[in-house]
Design a protein around this ligand. Structure first.
Ligand code: SF4
Length: 327
């Protein structure tokens, strides 16, 4: 696969990386030119499309030609790396994997097998070694992917051809995700500041649109139970404090507002609480996402399930759903 058009379809493959490395002089000059500005604009659009979970079917290419498309992928990754925002990194990885997968499923059988091999998966065999399969499906929550629900023969997990192809998308996402964030020199990030500021503003706006004003009556039962426990003076285990803080941070409460929740505890310690909240809410670097229902269950934090719980697998989805129903 040598055509730049093919490379642009699978920009995370080694060959595409080699192409970018070879042309990186051009990229450097490009960034400082008029065309560089339009390339950066294309990269911003790419990131914003990923952030808003736009259907990749509607945005197959960015820029005026395949080379610009490929470079806009590179710049998009640099932009999210400068911002080092976990949500953006996850969304971009998912978006790019889905986009590449759409191209993949349109390929002929031989090309599919070649691309799959480049990703370390032999789809022609309709099976995967257990050791490859298990980490690959760790992010997939459907029951059918669980090892206990699969047939295993000779140390290999048997797969239908269509399932093997689905796993290609997951492999793509994994490859794109594991290389992020890139280490982008500070000077380059400074150069990108007008673009990263625009993206950061969109992230803020998206959080507001997604969750809106805080509505405590839409909290899922597990979160309400944690708040009641804090109020009653129960000493919450670390995982409970973590789940509560991350949830409140994810729906847009400020550090002060989260501290106010913990302030209801009789043994409230301001500086310790501030430290924990700042750490979990990412004001010190990494932002954490509230645990999913499966994790909450594992730690005994999934309590007083109600009808909405039957339809969700994340407390944040519960909150969004109930809030919408109430509105
Ligand atoms: S099912 Fe999920 S949202 Fe409902 S109580 Fe359990 S953890 Fe919370």
């Amino acid at each position: 696969m040598v055509d730049v058009q093919d490379l642009a379809k699978y920009p995370f493959l080694e060959e595409a990386q080699d192409y970018v490395r070879r042309e990186s002089g051009t990229l450097d000059i490009l960034l400082k030119s008029e065309r560089g500005r339009s390339l950066s604009d294309a990269a911003v659009t790419r990131v914003l499309d990923a952030l808003s979970r736009k259907n990749p079917q509607e945005c197959r290419t960015y820029g005026r030609d395949a080379q610009e498309d490929l470079f806009s992928y590179v710049i998009a990754r640099m932009l999210v790396s400068c911002l080092n925002d976990r949500l953006l990194i996850e969304r971009l990885s998912q978006f790019e994997a889905q986009k590449a997968y759409l191209s993949f499923i349109e390929e002929e059988k031989a090309e599919k097998e070649e691309i799959a091999r480049a990703l370390g998966i032999d789809i022609g065999l309709n099976s995967l070694p257990v050791l490859t399969y298990v980490p690959l499906v760790s992010g997939l929550h459907e029951e059918r992917w669980k090892l206990v629900n699969r047939s295993v023969k000779g140390g290999r997990v048997l797969l239908l051809r269509i399932e093997a192809e689905e796993l290609i998308r997951e492999r793509m996402r994994e490859i794109i995700r594991e290389r992020l964030p890139l280490s982008v020199p500070e000077e380059v990030c400074r150069q990108f500041l007008p673009y990263t500021e625009a993206i950061a503003a969109a992230v803020q706006q998206q959080a507001l649109e997604e969750f809106g004003a805080v509505d405590e009556s839409s909290f899922p039962p597990c979160i309400s139970a944690l708040i009641m426990a804090v109020t009653a003076g129960t000493n919450l285990p670390h995982v409970g404090r973590f789940a509560l803080t991350a949830f409140l941070n994810n729906i847009g409460l400020s550090t002060t507002q989260i501290v106010e929740v913990f302030q209801r505890a009789p043994d409230f310690d301001l500086s310790m609480t501030m430290y924990q909240v700042e750490h979990i809410s990412g004001r010190s670097g990494t932002e954490y996402t509230a645990p999913a229902c499966a994790t909450m269950r594992t730690h005994g934090l999934c309590v007083r399930r109600d009808a909405i719980c039957e339809k969700v697998n994340h407390p944040l989805t519960y909150y969004k759903r109930k809030k919408k129903m109430r509105e």
